[in-house]
Ligand binder design. Structure first.
Ligand SMILES: O=C(O)CCC(=O)C(=O)O
Length: 348
């Protein structure tokens, strides 16, 4: 069957394909290589946040600090976001991607700086090989600046997503306090250097793929965020690089996956690592994931915390504005070399 090349979105294009079109096919050396992936949940710590407000707090802080240092990723349970809200947001995302094409396309944009953007792959303007993903990306903080621009269909979209964003922001702020403490910093330190703060959310939709061994939902990348809080449905797809091996993170119902992003790596002066991860696809089931990227506002200046710099730990990065970083991130496309290399402190 000949795929329709006239479709803007993968969701509509896949209806007619029984093979992966050539513009999605990775060169052999860059393919997912499923037989080399470790199937394991144990290497990504699962941390219970129940005790964060009680006498057990120092232990939770320690667990989070160790996870940030050694894995760059951890999973959380008892995080305060209700099961109802979680199932509701996953259903809403699915409902959005099942809307008629003409309704979805009202939100289409290929401009990465657009605060509401339904698009496909990663950056269709710059990339050479496409990714097996459609996504809706929303700016979410402050809510009142953005909600009125969000999709109005499904009808409860704005209200439900706004509630979800508010809950996730509260969770992120608790996590940032904990992470600050785990670095030996004052608990409001990280939140205090972010300017007005920024919160972006994506709803990723990965349709079933006839040849998942040839392509990615998203290839290996690190996140343009301080931390990312990811919700995934019950279909596996996320893989994390650990000790040079890709490890799949199998979904645990009602948990979130938290990872350190590039900006936290900078603030921590490389103590905490922004780790490569990727999303693979499969031939049977579509998959939804909903990452929230918590970030500094564009005018915020980010650099290593002075308290984490000394003669034994010289500053690894120069100070830079997040605007500079965002421009680099979106223009270069997803790549396994970190975008942070450009922001390294001069050693001369
Ligand atoms: O779908 C996933 O599990 C990962 C998503 C992701 O890494 C991203 O949206 O940046």
């Amino acid at each position: 069957m000949v795929p329709s090349t006239t479709k803007l979105l993968l969701t509509d294009m896949v209806l007619g394909v029984d093979h992966v079109p050539s513009n999605y096919v990775r060169p052999p050396s860059e393919r997912p290589n499923f037989k080399d992936v470790q199937a394991s949940d144990v290497s990504i710590p699962l941390i219970d946040l129940q005790d964060l407000q009680g006498p057990g707090r120092p232990d939770v802080v320690k667990q989070i600090g160790q996870a940030c240092q050694h894995s760059g990723f951890f999973q959380i349970q008892n995080h305060g976001v209700s099961e109802t809200m979680i199932s509701n947001i996953l259903r809403l995302a699915r409902d959005f991607f099942q809307l008629p094409e003409s309704e979805r396309l009202k939100n289409y944009s290929d401009n990465p700086s657009n605060p509401v953007r339904l698009s496909t792959s990663f950056n269709v303007k710059t990339e050479k090989v496409a990714n097996w993903r459609d996504f809706l990306r929303l700016h979410c903080y402050p809510l009142e600046d953005y909600v009125h621009q969000w999709p109005s269909n499904p009808p409860s979209f704005r209200e439900d997503v706004a509630e979800y964003c508010t809950s996730i922001r509260a969770l992120v702020l608790r996590l940032l306090e904990t992470i600050s403490e785990s670095l030996g910093l004052e608990k409001n330190y990280v939140s205090g250097v972010l300017g007005k703060h920024g919160q972006h959310m994506a709803m990723n939709y990965y349709p079933p793929c006839p040849q998942p061994e040839l392509t990615y939902g998203l290839p290996g990348h690190t996140d343009c965020s301080l931390i990312t809080v990811l919700l995934q449905d019950d279909v596996p797809g996320l893989q994390v690089l650990r000790n040079g091996k890709w490890v799949s993170v199998n979904p645990i119902p009602n948990s979130f996956i938290v990872n350190i992003g590039d900006h936290m790596q900078v603030i921590s002066n490389d103590r905490y690592k922004s780790v490569l991860h990727r999303a693979v696809v499969n031939c049977n089931k579509d998959r939804i994931s909903i990452p929230t990227f918590y970030c500094p506002s564009p005018d915020a200046v980010i650099g290593p915390s002075p308290e984490l710099v000394d003669d034994d730990h010289p500053a690894v990065y120069r100070n830079f504005t997040c605007e500079e970083y965002y421009t680099q991130f979106w223009n270069r496309g997803l790549a396994t070399e970190s975008c942070l290399d450009t922001f390294k402190a001069s050693t001369t």
